[in-house]
Design a binder for this molecule. Structure first.
Ligand code: PFF
Length: 451
């Protein structure tokens, strides 16, 4: 992939990706993360296997991809953080949508970093002491409380250090190394899993559709939320990254690359997790799947595999750490770029202040896993879907000539379909999903508050 030769006029002090590969690595890094490995596997188990996977793929193509291209288009065109970008194309009132993105980013990063903290701990333990003897008790002990908070602080520290380095010298440098490493690890573990006895039981659980399940609204809502979360859509993360792009990239092609890599890693994650779990006869743990199941069932499987399990376990948790870090970079960059652009703060100050805010907000999730679970549901089944709905309406109906902006001087072939999907498919679909998800999400929030 070529190095950008200064396409377009860069704003005086605005950072820029140094190569197209660097941008793609960072954008794929944003998309590929805990959502692909932890969240995708546990939802697939909870929501009935392949039917959920099929719906998730369908929503990724029909709704996710068009909104991904919308975010790329708005970010690259305006070269501002989402608040500025929406103001640029839509006037002052639309800046509020950028404000909603910042709130969503705060919410997601604060609990995402707690889960990422668990993965850092598991990776370190795999290296130093091996797998826990009693994974259930171990997870209960480390997932809530002082320890969880400590690892959350540690992980936010990494994230802040990288983002403080800036876009090309911080985020890009880390992503170009981290993403190839993650792909290698995930492919290696999936291949290893294929060699296990009884791996086929895992594949058939994963890949056999239970169509009756797919028709439930709960599965539809979860698959839609997952499509957004996994592609980092609906909160301006991809838009923010695109604001550091020069003018000359091919956005439709880039959106396809990002979405394929994201789905590919999620799919591969299923190919590593399910065979391993079934090979060791731990399917009961999957059946009663909760958000902690993977952190219990997999270490148990790794422990039973002896020395090989320790190595595979270490690689697995390192892949999770790497994915979590590159995703957290994009979540954090949304917050940092918003205050850098809107309040003209220097980057170090923005990183320090926003980092402390996220760390403090995350303490609720670190001390109580039920809070974490509800934050995740509110973020995915409400905020991201609402953000996506507003973005589709904005780009499809409000913005002038989005097709020309997306094409950026290149051919406009296929972009008519893109606009059609943004206008007529994404908004009614997202409204419908929100209509169904709001009552159950609100009930869960209420149950948490009322104890
Ligand atoms: N896409 C990330 C994942 O799958 O883990 C999570 C995420 C990152 C969501 C950035 C939203 C976002 F803006």
């Amino acid at each position: 992939m070529g190095v950008f030769l200064g396409g377009g006029v860069a704003q005086a002090s605005r950072d820029q990706w140094s190569s197209s590969f660097g941008f793609l690595a960072a954008a794929v890094g944003s998309a590929v993360g805990l959502g692909n490995m932890w969240r995708f596997s546990y939802l697939t188990a909870e929501k009935g296997g392949a039917a959920f996977v099929a719906l998730y793929l369908l929503f990724t193509v029909l709704i996710g991809l068009p909104i991904l291209l919308a975010e790329l288009t708005l970010g690259r065109g305006a070269r501002k953080s989402p608040i500025g970008a929406l103001g640029h194309y839509g006037g002052g009132r639309w800046k509020a949508l950028g404000g909603l993105f910042v709130v969503t980013g705060l919410l997601i990063l604060s609990y995402y970093s707690v889960i990422a903290g668990w993965t850092v701990r598991y990776a370190a333990e795999a290296l130093v002491v091996g797998m826990p003897a009693d994974p259930g008790a171990h997870f209960a002990a480390i997932s809530e409380g002082d320890h969880a908070f400590l690892f959350h602080v540690l992980f936010m520290g990494f994230t802040m250090a990288v983002v403080a380095g800036g876009v090309s010298r911080g985020i890009e440098r880390v992503s170009v190394i981290a993403m190839p490493l993650l792909f290698l690890l995930v492919c290696g573990i999936a291949l290893y899993a294929a060699t296990l006895d009884n791996a086929s039981a895992g594949y058939s659980y994963y890949l056999n559709a239970d169509l009756q399940n797919a028709l439930s609204m709960d599965v539809v809502v979860s698959a839609a939320g997952q499509a957004f979360f996994s592609l980092s859509l609906g909160m301006g993360a991809i838009m923010t990254f695109a604001s550091y792009l020069p003018r000359d990239g091919n956005l439709p092609r880039e959106s396809l690359t990002i979405a394929s890599a994201d789905f590919g890693v999620a799919f591969l994650a299923g190919l590593m997790v399910f065979p391993i779990i079934f090979a060791l006869g731990l399917q009961a743990a999957v059946g009663e799947s909760t958000l902690g199941a993977l952190f219990v069932a997999l270490p148990r499987a790794f422990a039973e595999m002896g020395a090989a399990g320790r190595v595979v376990g270490f690689c697995f948790f390192i892949a999770l750490v790497v994915g979590a870090l590159t995703s957290a970079l994009s979540l954090f960059e949304v917050l940092v770029s918003a205050v850098v652009d809107e309040l003209q703060w220097a980057r170090p100050k923005a990183v320090a202040v926003m980092g402390v805010v996220v760390t403090v907000l995350g303490s609720g999730a670190a001390w109580n896993i039920a809070v974490l679970d509800v934050m995740d549901q509110v973020a995915n089944n409400f905020f991201l879907l609402l953000g996506g709905l507003m973005l589709a309406i904005f780009t499809g109906w409000v913005m002038k000539d989005p097709v020309a902006e997306a094409a950026g001087g290149a051919g406009e072939g296929g972009l008519g379909l893109w606009r059609f999907l943004l206008r007529w498919v994404a908004p009614p679909f997202l409204l419908f999903v929100l209509w169904h998800s709001v009552p159950s999400t609100a009930a869960n929030v209420w149950a948490l508050i009322s104890g």
